[in-house]
Write a protein that binds this ligand. Structure first.
Ligand SMILES: [Fe+2]
Length: 503
């Protein structure tokens, strides 16, 4: 799914079989293959192998429990170790390593978010995160003895890890298992306590800075000049910093729109939403920075699409479609020519219009799944495009756009990421204008941590429409909500309301 797919689906969209691959596309395919090879455990798994991950997680959980209930030499411990060994060996016999990554509340097999398993094994995920194990890779060649030696790592207690210099990495080193790799949580920068006001100022400065970068990039590309890598990377870094410091101050700004500068604002919004969504999965600074760069640049290929096509209000002709659909490849070419850009960012630009169900464009031969960064950008892109006014379509209300995103889970979009996105945004995302069942009008300040349908709102008008002194209420808290609930999103433009005045 994409902005074009959503609004221009149908008659004029040629099939993915159009044309044969150009030399540039083949070169980008090579880059993509390299990125996939270099990412640990990034091998594409079959559906059957993904389903089987549940057994690995169950055995891992059983082994952790057994180790904590019984002494190390107890037969139950040895038995669960054998079971874990056997289920992992089945993958090895199929030629793949098993790499599990544990995020805040998500588990991944390779790059695949295991949406259902993440809910089933939430305790195991929390345990692994709490002992500092960001990922475990069981490599081919692993023996049963290695699994047995690794038991103290899998069953480690938090207190034990905390007291040990080097934490879980030291435990893993002591276990001496050449075919089992553990990576400790790679948080490069931690949350810095920032005053609410400072966070909002920082967020605004970051937004403006990213917007400036995009204007500059357009000037350079139109003048056939090269892109300044450090400017792009530094901008992405400030974006990651701002999101990590205060996700909601940034998310609130991601609702800013401009019709005249649609592509620029859209790119900034997609970058914020992508980094915010990515930061729910991992705090790995390098990954988030590469994701930020890819998201900022995702539509850079549109800068060379003819304006008459870009701004056309009517349906596109077949040729115009072909030109429009070249923008991911064109964009990836521009980015690939810029030395110093992380290759994952290039892949992100190339793949952002591909779909989770392997459709979309450019076509993939043979079929392969998008890189996880591309899947993140696809979710952010879909949401922001739908809520923006474009030359050929009116914007959707935020709640409607959220339900379209939810409906695309498993088809156009990665279901695990959609779930995280809805958790992050709530059904009524920050900056939405909403009608309450009392008839009052409110602006959404932030989603609630506990109830997607009951955000924190700022009431700005009474039931009769008269402006009232703003009051903030957390609708997920009965003592504050006073029985109020949200009915739906409202269109501020039709009501002469400038949301910025109330935030
Ligand atoms: Fe695009």
């Amino acid at each position: 799914m994409s902005d074009e797919h959503l609004s221009r689906a149908g008659a004029h969209a040629p099939t993915s079989a159009e044309g044969s691959q150009s030399e540039a596309e083949r070169q980008l395919e090579r880059i993509t293959a390299e990125v996939r090879e270099s990412a640990a455990g990034a091998r594409a798994f079959s559906v059957e192998q993904i389903q089987r991950a549940r057994e690995v997680l169950a055995r891992l959980y059983a082994l952790r429990r057994a180790r904590r209930l019984y002494p190390a030499e107890h037969p139950a411990v040895a038995q669960t170790a054998r079971e874990l060994y056997s289920v992992i060996t089945a993958y090895h016999n199929e030629g793949v390593d098993v790499s599990l990554t544990f995020f805040e509340d998500e588990v991944l097999l390779g790059e695949q978010v295991l949406a259902e398993d993440s809910m089933l094994f939430d305790q195991l995920i929390r345990d692994m995160v709490s002992i500092g194990a960001a990922s475990i890779t069981f490599m081919r060649g692993m023996t049963l003895e290695e699994v047995v030696r690794f038991i103290p790592v899998i069953g480690a207690r938090i207190e034990e890890v905390e007291q040990l210099e080097g934490g879980v990495a030291t435990l893993a080193e002591r276990a001496r298992c050449p075919h089992i790799a553990i990576s400790a949580v790679s948080v490069v920068r931690d949350d810095v306590a920032v005053e609410e006001g400072d966070a909002r100022e920082l967020a605004k400065a970051t937004y403006t800075g990213t917007l400036e970068l995009l204007r500059e990039l357009e000037r350079l590309i139109k003048a056939n000049q090269s892109v300044n890598v450090s400017h792009v990377k530094n901008t992405a870094r400030s974006l990651v910093d701002s999101v990590l410091r205060n996700r909601y101050a940034m998310l609130e700004l991601s609702g800013l729109k401009s019709f005249d500068e649609y592509t620029f604002y859209h790119s900034v919004n997609v970058a914020i939403l992508s980094v915010a969504l990515g930061s729910k999965l991992t705090r790995d600074y390098r990954f988030l920075s590469a994701l930020g760069v890819g998201a900022i640049l995702h539509d850079i290929g549109k800068m060379s699409v003819d304006l008459s096509v870009l701004n056309k209000t009517g349906p596109l002709t077949s040729d115009e479609w072909t030109e429009m659909r070249r923008h991911p490849v064109r964009g990836a070419e521009i980015v690939a020519l810029t030395s110093g850009i992380d290759r994952a960012s290039i892949v992100c630009v190339l793949e952002h219009h591909m779909r989770y169900d392997l459709g979309g464009y450019p076509a993939r031969e043979p079929a392969r799944q998008q890189h996880i960064a591309s899947r993140i950008v696809a979710v952010a892109d879909a949401y922001d495009a739908m809520t923006s006014q474009r030359p050929y379509s009116a914007p959707r209300m935020q709640d409607e756009a959220m339900s379209v995103v939810a409906r695309c889970a498993g088809t156009a979009l990665d279901p695990g990421l959609v779930r995280q996105f809805i958790d992050m945004m709530g059904y009524y995302p920050p900056r939405s204008l909403v009608l309450l069942d009392t008839g009052e009008t409110a602006v959404v300040v932030s989603p609630s941590a506990t109830d997607r349908a009951r955000p924190v709102v700022r009431i700005i008008a009474g039931p009769d429409g008269t402006v009232v002194a703003p009051v903030d209420l957390d609708l997920s808290r009965a003592d504050q909500a006073g029985g109020r609930s949200v009915v739906r999103c409202l269109d501020p433009s039709g009501m002469n309301i400038d949301i910025a005045e109330f935030l």
